[in-house]
Design a protein around this ligand. Structure first.
Ligand code: GDP
Ligand code: MG
Length: 162
């Protein structure tokens, strides 16, 4: 079984951009999981000879109702299915109340969770990261999914125990 990486975070933080990057390698195949709802997207990737599965989700804000609740349910199911959770936040917009609500969900979860600060291209990294320590998820890791910055090294580290 491939290790399964779930991408969670509020809408617009760059989950799908990272998903596309992680599943774009020549050896990647879109995973065929019959019967899954369209709101969770699965893909495979390979790095350093290790294969993995990635789950993209629509997004979660932490206090949803109605349609948002269905989206959040997808994220909770993805977390359930995952070995590794990448909790993505937006380094440009900074810490957000929705991020704090999601962090509260994730802190009670037993899954290995990495805090990933995306969109740090063109930002002064050290100050862009500082606020995110408050989420209590550990060391914030800086990436730029759109440009690939730090993505390979992060995924190598994430996959290390597998
Ligand atoms: P999702 O809603 O979390 O899936 O976010 P998307 O992947 O759809 O990205 C939302 C927006 O952020 C898009 O306009 C992306 O082009 C942009 N974006 C994603 N990653 C980066 C990045 O590393 N740097 C910058 N500057 N923009 C990014
Ligand atoms: Mg998306």
């Amino acid at each position: 079984m491939n290790p399964v990486i779930a991408l969670v975070g509020r809408p617009n933080v760059g989950k799908s951009t990272l998903f596309n990057r992680l599943t774009r390698s020549r050896d990647a195949l879109v995973a065929d999981f019959p019967g899954l709802t369209r709101d969770r997207k699965y893909g495979n990737g390979i790095l350093g000879g290790k294969t993995y599965t990635v789950i993209d989700t629509g997004g979660i804000s932490g206090d949803e109702e109605g349609i948002d609740a269905a989206m959040a349910e997808q994220s909770l199911q993805a977390i359930d299915e995952a070995d590794i959770v990448l909790f993505m936040v937006d380094g440009r917009s900074g810490l957000n109340v929705a991020d704090e609500a999601i962090a509260n969900h994730l802190r009670v979860n037993q899954k290995k969770t990495w805090l990933v600060v995306n969109k740090t291209d063109g930002l002064e990294e050290h100050s862009a990261m500082a606020d995110f320590w408050q989420l209590g998820i550990g060391e914030p890791r800086s990436i730029a999914a759109a440009h690939g910055r730090n993505v390979t090294s992060l995924i190598e580290e994430v996959l290390e125990p597998f």
